[in-house]
Write a protein that binds this ligand. Structure first.
Ligand code: NAG
Ligand code: NAG
Ligand code: NAG
Ligand code: NAG
Ligand code: NAG
Ligand code: NAG
Length: 889
C-alpha cells in the first residue's frame, strides 16, 4: 500500500499535535546525483523547501550511502555532506567490513527509493517470488536537524518486535502508544517503561511464516523510539533522536537465529568466558568486614552448597574510594589471606570498581590529576568536573583521553590488584558507569549531595574476629587470652548546539539530560567529542578499558568483567548483570525477558539478574524459586542490598535444599552450557532462546516470556507466581522428555498444567533429538567438576535419531591451543563420536543413557541396565574422548 503524501489524520493530545504540527511542515529532501556502482549506491540529498527548524536547524545538504555489505546485510546511511555531524567513533563501535561475503551472488534485501521527496524502502524476496516490505519511510519526510532527527517506518499492524533495550517491559514490545527512551540512567529498582542503564538500538521484527529481520540503528545520542498507530490505524515505528546521523544496518534473517548471527557480524561476537565463571557466585552489599566475608564462604562450605566465587561490594574500600582498602575492616594482609584461602580451595574472588574517583588526597586521584585524565568543566577548562558518588565529591575519568586515561587505569589496576602485594582478584565488577551522579544538574555544589556513609555500625570489638571460622588462617580466628599475633603485610559534532537543553525533549526518567549524571556540555579530550553525543558510550568505554587493564595483569586468560552500563557491541568485552532489581515477584518474572533480550538479541550472553533480588527483603519462597531459575542464567549470582535481611542460600533449609539440588544439575550440565556458549562466541548463534527462536512458525510462542530454551535441547518452565506450585507450560508440537521422570511427552501446541512443583524444583524438558553431555557427578568447585567423566544422555526423536556436541578446552586460556569439538550422532542404536579431538584432558565417557525405552529388549546381554521407572537404558562404558568412536547400545 502506498498512500499519497501527508495523509496523516491529526493526532490526539495537545502536545502530540504540536509536535506533529511542528514536523509535518518539514520539507524533506530530494535525491540528486544518484550513482549506482554495483553493490554500492550513493546520492546527494538536498533540502526540498524552506527549513522548518522544528528542533534545531535543518541541514541543507546530506548524502546517502547504500551498501550491499553481504548477501544478508544492507547498510543505509544518511549523513551531512560536510561530515561535521557527530558519528559514533569507530574506536568505540568498530564497523563491519563493507565487503562481506556474497556467496549467493544475490542479495536477500533490496533498497528501493523515491527521489522527490526522498523516501526509501527495504524489501526482501519471499520464497514464492513476491516482495515483502520490511522498512518503509514513504509518506513521511526525513528530518535532519542540528539537534533532532526524525524517521518513521510503517509496519504491519501489531508487529512482533523485540529488542530496543535496556528495559524491563515485555519481551515482545507493546505496539500502541509506546515510547522506548535510550539514555543511560542509574535506575534503582529497574522500573518498567523507563530508560535504564544501557542502550541497544536494535530490533528484531518477527513475521512468523514470512520470516524475521533485524534493524540496527547505530546512533548513540539520546532518543525516543515511538511505536504506535496513527489515528487511521497505520502502525509505525519512529526514531526521534537528539543528534548523530542515520546509520542503519538491515539484517535479512530469514530466521530469528539468522538475524542474531547477522547482528553479531555487525557489532562483534561475544567474548568467551572462563569455565569457572559459570560456577555459582555470591555477593552482598553490607558485609561488614573481611571476617564477615570469610564467614559467608565458610557457611557455604558448611552447608555443602558449592560456592565458586565470593564477591565484595564497595564495603572493602576506604571511605568508598576506589583502589583503596578500609585499613580496619578489610586490611591488605587479611584480604591477601582471604584470596589465598579461596585460591587454595579452587574458589575465586571479585570486587567492585566504580568509575568515579574521590576528589581527595588519594593515590588514584593524585596520579590521575597529574596525568590529566579527568573530565573538565566546559566553562573553566582548568577545573575538573565534580559530582557526588559513594565516596563523596568525585571526578570522572575521560575515556576519550588518548592513551593517558587507559595507561593511568592500567597502572591503578597493576598497583592495586597486583598478584604479589595487592588484592589478587580473578574478575572485575564495574558499576555506576552510566555515569551515575547523586548530584542533580547543574551540580555546582556537589558537597551538598554527599551521602552519609551508611555503613552498618561496627563496634571496635568487631575488628577482632567475632567467631571461629574453621579452616581459615589464624588471622581469622578469635585471639586467645590476649596473646596477640602480629600480622604482616573528526565527526565530532556540530558547534552552536544547546548541549544542556535541546529543543526536543526525550522522555528521560531522570529529567533533563544532564540530571544525575555527567553534565552533557562537557567536551572530551582528544578529538573533542561532546558528552551530549557520547553519554551512552561511557559505560561501554569503561568496560573495554577495564578489560584491557585486566588483560595486562594476566595476558593469557579470559578476563571476566561484569558491567552495569552497556552499549551495542559491549558483549565482545564484558558481561552484564541486570542491575539493582528488587526482591519482588515481578522482578523475578521479568528477569527472564531481560536475560533473553541480552543473550539472544544484544549478543551479551554472559548475563543474569541478582538472584533472590537486590533491594528490599526477600522471602524464603521467592529466594528458593529464584535459586532454581537463576541456575539457568549464564551468570548465576546471589546479590543483596545493604540493610536487607541476609539471603545467602544457606539461610533457610528449603533454599539450601533448592540450591544444592539445582547447582547439582547446573554443574552436571556445565559442559553443555560451555559448549553452546562457546558456539555463540564463534558464530553468534544464541545459547539462551525465547521459544519462537526454535518454533518461529508457531504464533503461540511469539509472546511467551515465562519459559525459555537453555541451549537447543532444554526447555525451562519456572513457576511464576507467589504461593503457586504449578505452572501452565506451553509445549510446542514436538516430543519432549521430562528431565526428572524421563517420561516422554508429545507436545500438542498447547499449554499443559505442571503441578505439585516443590520449592526445590523447576520443570525441565529435554527436546527429543538431543544428545546431552553431562558430567557424571557434580562437585563443590568447577575445578573438581572438570575431573569428572561424562554421561551422555540420548533423547531420541520419532525417527530414533539424536545429535549433540561437546566443546572442551583448558577452561581459561584466551587462545587455547588444544581444543575438542565432538559431534555426537545417534542412529540405528549406535552413538557416533566424530570431530576434532585436540584437547588432552584425560576425560572419559562413563555412561550412556537412552531415554524413551519400553524395555531392554535383546540388549540385556550386552551389559545394559533398564530403569523401568525412568524408561531408560543405561550402559557403563569407558570411552576416551581422544578420537572418533562408535558406541553400540
Ligand atoms: C572493498 O572492495 C572495494 C572494491 O570492491 C575495494 O576498493 C576496497 O578496498 C575493499 N575494502 C576492504 C576493506 O576490503
Ligand atoms: C499514552 O501514554 C502516555 C504516557 O504513558 C499517557 O499519558 C497517555 O494518556 C497515553 N495516550 C493514550 C491515547 O493512551
Ligand atoms: C554464618 O552462620 C552462622 C551460624 O549459623 C551465623 O551466625 C552467621 O551469621 C553466618 N554468617 C554469615 C556471614 O552469613
Ligand atoms: C533532577 O532529578 C530530581 C529527582 O531526582 C528532580 O527532582 C529534578 O527536578 C531533576 N532536575 C532536572 C533539571 O531535571
Ligand atoms: C527488612 O527486614 C529488616 C529486619 O527485619 C527490617 O529492619 C527492614 O526494615 C526490612 N526492610 C524492608 C525494605 O522491608
Ligand atoms: C522495596 C523497594 O525497595 N521498593 C523500591 C523500588 O524502587 C522504587 C523506585 O526506585 C522505589 O520507589 C521503591 O520504594
Amino acid at each position: 500500500m502506498r498512500a499519497s503524501l501527508f495523509l496523516f489524520a491529526p493526532l490526539v493530545g495537545a502536545a502530540v499535535l504540536n509536535h506533529r504540527d511542528n514536523i509535518d511542515q518539514c520539507p524533506g529532501y530530494k535525491a540528486v546525483n544518484v550513482n549506482e556502482q554495483g553493490l554500492k549506491f550513493t546520492a546527494d540529498l538536498t533540502l526540498n523547501g524552506d527549513p522548518c527548524n522544528a528542533y534545531g536547524d535543518d541541514l541543507q545538504d546530506l548524502k546517502l550511502l547504500v551498501e550491499y555489505q553481504d548477501d544478508d546485510r544492507l547498510h543505509v546511511m544518511i549523513y551531512d555532506a560536510d561530515e561535521d555531524v557527530y558519528q559514533v567513533p569507530g574506536s568505540v563501535v568498530p564497523r563491519p567490513s563493507p565487503n562481506g561475503s556474497h556467496k549467493k551472488g544475490q542479495p536477500s534485501l533490496r533498497f528501493d527509493y523515491q527521489p522527490d521527496p526522498f523516501s526509501f524502502r527495504v524489501l526482501r524476496d519471499t520464497e514464492d517470488g513476491d516482495e515483502q516490505v520490511l522498512f518503509d519511510t514513504t509518506d513521511t519526510n526525513i528530518i535532519f536537524e542540528s539537534q533532532y532527527l526524525n524517521l518513521r517506518t510503517w509496519l504491519p499492524t501489531d508487529p512482533n518486535l523485540y529488542g530496543l533495550g535496556e528495559h524491563t517491559d515485555s519481551l515482545r514490545l507493546p505496539t500502541t502508544n509506546y515510547t522506548r527512551t535510550l539514555w543511560s540512567r542509574d535506575a534503582y529498582g529497574v522500573p518498567s517503561n523507563t530508560n535504564l542503564y544501557g542502550n541497544h538500538p536494535v530490533y528484531f521484527d518477527h513475521r512468523g511464516d514470512a520470516g524475521t529481520h533485524g534493524v540496527f540503528f547505530l546512533n548513540s545520542n539520546g532518543m525516543d523510539i515511538k511505536i504506535d498507530k496513527t489515528d487511521d490505524g497505520r502502525q509505525f515505528l519512529e526514531y526521534n533522536t537528539l543528534g548523530g546521523v542515520f546509520d542503519f544496518y538491515f539484517m535479512a534473517g530469514p530466521t530469528p537465529k539468522d538475524v542474531a548471527k547477522q547482528y553479531s557480524e555487525v557489532v562483534g561476537l561475544p567474548a568467551m568466558q572462563a569455565y569457572w565463571t559459570f560456577g555459582f557466585h555470591n555477593c552482598r552489599y553490607g558485609y561488614q568486614d573481611v571476617y564477615d566475608v570469610a564467614e559467608a564462604v565458610y557457611n557455604y562450605t558448611h552447608a555443602h552448597i558449592p560456592l565458586e566465587t565470593m564477591w565484595t561490594d564497595i564495603d572493602y574500600m576506604d571511605a568508598r574510594r576506589v583502589f583503596t582498602l578500609d585499613p580496619e575492616r578489610f586490611p591488605l594482609e587479611k584480604m591477601r589471606e582471604l584470596v589465598n584461602y579461596l585460591h587454595r580451595h579452587h574458589q575465586h574472588y571479585i570486587v567492585m570498581v566504580d568509575p568515579a574517583v574521590s576528589a581527595s588526597d588519594n593515590g588514584a586521584f593524585n596520579r590521575g590529576k597529574e596525568a590529566d585524565v579527568f573530565l573538565h568543566r566546559p566553562d573553566s577548562p582548568d577545573s575538573i568536573f565534580e559530582g557526588a558518588v559513594w565516596p563523596g565529591v568525585t571526578v570522572y575519568p575521560d575515556w576519550f583521553n588518548p592513551d593517558t586515561t587507559q595507561s593511568w587505569w592500567n597502572d591503578e589496576f597493576k598497583r592495586f590488584f597486583n598478584e604479589h602485594d595487592g588484592v589478587n582478584i580473578d574478575g572485575l565488577w564495574i558499576d555506576m558507569n552510566e555515569a551515575a551522579n547523586f548530584c542533580p544538574y547543574p551540580c555546582s555544589n556537589p558537597e551538598q549531595y554527599v551521602k552519609d556513609n551508611d555503613l552498618p555500625p561496627a563496634p571496635p570489638s568487631v575488628r577482632q574476629p567475632p567467631r571461629t571460622i574453621p579452616g581459615f588462617p589464624d588471622d581469622f580466628q578469635p585471639k586467645k587470652n590476649g596473646k596477640q599475633r602480629r600480622s604482616t603485610g573528526r565527526k565530532v559534532g556540530l558547534s552552536n548546539r544547546n548541549l544542556i537543553s535541546p529543543p526536543y525533549e526525550i522522555a528521560n526518567a531522570a529529567g533533563s539530560l544532564s540530571n544525575k549524571t555527567i553534565n552533557t556540555d562537557i567536551i572530551h579530550a582528544g578529538d573533542g567529542y561532546a558528552e551530549y553525543d557520547t553519554h551512552n558510550l561511557y559505560g561501554t568505554m569503561m568496560s573495554s578499558a577495564s578489560r584491557e587493564a585486566m588483560l595486562l595483569r594476566q595476558p593469557a586468560v579470559r578476563p571476566l568483567v561484569i558491567t552495569r552500563s552497556t552499549f551495542a557491541g559491549a558483549g565482545s568485552h564484558v558481561g552484564h548483570w541486570l542491575g539493582d532489581n528488587l526482591s519482588q515477584w515481578d522482578k523475578y518474572r521479568v528477569s527472564i525477558a531481560e536475560m533473553l533480550a541480552f543473550a539472544s538479541i544484544f549478543q551479551i550472553p554472559m548475563v543474569g539478574s541478582d538472584v533472590c533480588g537486590f533491594g528490599g527483603n526477600t522471602t524464603e519462597e521467592l529466594c528458593a524459586r529464584w535459586a532454581t531459575l537463576g541456575a539457568f542464567y549464564p551468570f548465576y549470582r546471589n546479590h543483596n542490598e545493604l540493610g536487607s535481611i541476609g539471603q545467602e542460600f544457606y539461610r533457610w533449609p528449603v533454599v539450601a535444599d533448592a540450591a544444592r539440588k539445582i547447582i547439582d544439575i547446573r554443574y552436571r550440565l556445565l559442559d553443555y552450557l560451555y559448549t553452546a556458549f562457546h558456539r555463540q562466541t564463534q558464530t553468534g548463534e544464541p545459547f539462551l532462546q525465547p521459544l519462537f527462536y526454535l518454533y518461529p512458525n508457531d504464533a503461540n510462542t511469539f509472546s511467551n516470556e515465562g519459559q525459555f530454551f537453555y541451549g537447543d535441547s532444554l526447555l525451562i518452565s519456572p513457576v511464576l507466581d507467589q504461593g503457586s506450585t504449578s505452572v501452565d507450560a506451553y509445549l510446542p508440537s514436538d516430543t519432549f522428555y521430562d528431565w526428572t521422570t524421563g517420561a516422554r511427552i508429545t507436545g500438542k501446541g498447547k499449554s499443559i498444567k505442571l503441578s505439585n512443583i516443590a520449592l526445590t524444583d523447576i520443570p525441565m524438558h529435554i527436546r527429543a533429538g538431543s544428545v546431552l553431555p553431562l558430567r557424571s557427578k557434580s562437585a563443590m568447585t568447577t575445578t573438581e567438576l572438570r575431573t569428572r567423566g561424562f554421561e551422555l544422555v540420548i533423547a531420541p526423536n520419532e525417527d530414533n535419531f539424536a545429535s549433540g556436541e561437546l566443546y572442551l578446552d583448558d577452561g581459561e586460556s584466551l587462545n587455547p591451543t588444544g581444543t575438542s569439538l565432538i559431534h555426537f550422532t545417534f542412529s540405528e542404536n549406535k552413538l557416533h563420536l566424530r570431530g576434532d579431538f585436540g584437547y588432552q584432558g584425560n576425560v572419559v565417557v562413563e555412561t550412556i543413557t537412552l531415554l524413551g525405552q519400553k524395555n531392554a529388549g535383546s540388549r540385556r546381554d550386552v551389559g545394559v541396565d533398564f530403569d523401568e521407572k525412568r524408561q531408560a537404558l543405561s550402559k557403563a562404558v569407558n570411552v576416551q574422548l581422544s578420537g572418533p568412536a562408535v558406541i553400540e547400545l
